[in-house]
Ligand binder design. Sequence first.
Ligand SMILES: O=c1nc[nH]c2c1ncn2[C@H]1C[C@H](O)[C@@H](COP(=O)(O)OP(=O)(O)OP(=O)(O)O)O1
Ligand SMILES: [Mg+2]
Length: 203
Amino acid sequence: MTGAHRRLAPGRLVIASHNEGKVREIRALLAPFGIEPVSAASLDLPEPEETGTTFAANAELKARASADLSGLPALADDSGLCVEALGGDPGIFSARWAGESKDFGVAMQLVEDALGKAGPETGRDAHFVCALSLCWPDGHIETFEGRSDGTLVWPPRGQQGFGYDPMFLPNGHKQTFGEMDPDAKHAMSHRAKAFAKLVAAVF
Ligand SMILES: O=c1nc[nH]c2c1ncn2[C@H]1C[C@H](O)[C@@H](COP(=O)(O)OP(=O)(O)OP(=O)(O)O)O1
Ligand SMILES: [Mg+2]
């Protein structure tokens, strides 16, 4: 995002996500800022089809859809796990790899199987990306990205977090995101880094 930023006034803000794990993390990140978060689910807002080809494009279309329908500022998150040996897959398809039932045991197994096929020489490096878009009801939109680098472990470890967290070991740490205390993840994750940029720009 370039150019002038707009300040976000205190008041209600829609968290434009239908993923409970994300909503929990975004609520925790918003807690110090005097914002009243309202979930998209509680307003019965639909889950838009993610037709974008980048994290930023998908975050923007989700934020815009919720801001248009609710008349409130809306914050959306598009994120995913990018595995270097898989050319960046599952990437923007990270949620879709978990199928209709959103089973991340299945999705993590698919990643592990694909890594096995890629062969040992390609390594197990991966990173998470998070794009956060904040859209105001008049259509003004700002987008911020964060990234965490790490490696993939097998078998998955830990019950904290959500999604691919149990197989992601962030660089410089001994616990996977699935084993870490949520506060420790919030201090360093891709989502926290994107959020820090948003905070610097709009709060
Ligand atoms: O910190 C994370 N720890 C583990 N896994 C993660 C994380 N961040 C994203 N991920 C994975 C799982 C998630 O399902 C997918 C995002 O897909 P994405 O389309 O952005 O979200 P979603 O469909 O789950 O909910 P929604 O679009 O309603 O916000 O990437
Ligand atoms: Mg989604």
